[in-house]
Design a protein around this ligand. Sequence first.
Ligand SMILES: Nc1ncnc2c1ncn2[C@@H]1O[C@H](COP(=O)(O)OP(=O)(O)O)[C@@H](O)[C@H]1O
Ligand SMILES: [Mg+2]
Length: 238
Amino acid sequence: MPATPLDVENLSAGYGPTRVLEDISFSLPAGGRLALLGRNGMGKTTLLATLAGQTRRYDGRIRLGDVDVTPLSSAYRARQGLGYVPQARCVFPTLTVEENLFVGLKDRPKTDLQQAYDMFPRLFERRRNLGSQLSGGEQQMLTTARSILGRPSVLLLDEPLEGLAPVICDELMAAFSQLASTGDMTIVLVEQRIQSALDFADQVVVLERGRVAWSGTPKQLTADHDTVERLLGVGGLH
Ligand SMILES: Nc1ncnc2c1ncn2[C@@H]1O[C@H](COP(=O)(O)OP(=O)(O)O)[C@@H](O)[C@H]1O
Ligand SMILES: [Mg+2]
């Protein structure tokens, strides 16, 4: 599936009666790379889950290309090309790496697994190991690879670098950049490692208490020390 634009218009959502997101709007062109930033608890995970159709929506619209996916369930959104890699890594512990990847293939031939192995050669080395035997970095590679095998046109990644060693982070970020460079995917990346996210992205949205508090380019954000300090915390860029 070729990359599609993602358009979010006046989106408000939450959990049951609890409103978390208010009036979120942004547009990402086909093949765009958005870094979605903000301190803990500001609504980043809720926004990705809302795009994936897993929260309660009160208002607003979500479009993938020409398709208004707002009324669609999460399963149908996935069929429309929306790939979601949630913050909690979901690896089946009693299945091998290869069997975990089969889940992402759906009905396509096993030879298509090669795409996952080309992207993450380490998964090929570990293909006969059980999910429970993988390191955190390998689990992240596996969940990401499984999503990508579903050939999403828009990919949502929630803190893929969380808890990983720097060398693995570099490996994953290189893989995401390579995916983005094919132009086959529009990517939204949530990350606490701000510098990695800014190196990757061509657009940035910063959330504060469920609202868009800032948006612009990585270059503009890097130059705006006040915003970095105010919205992203004392640590700033690292
Ligand atoms: N299942 C839930 N039910 C009710 N409130 C939730 C739930 N999940 C998260 N929240 C609340 O939504 C807000 C945003 O959380 P979250 O989207 O996880 O933020 P982030 O990913 O930016 O850390 C927080 O105040 C959090 O307590
Ligand atoms: Mg989160």
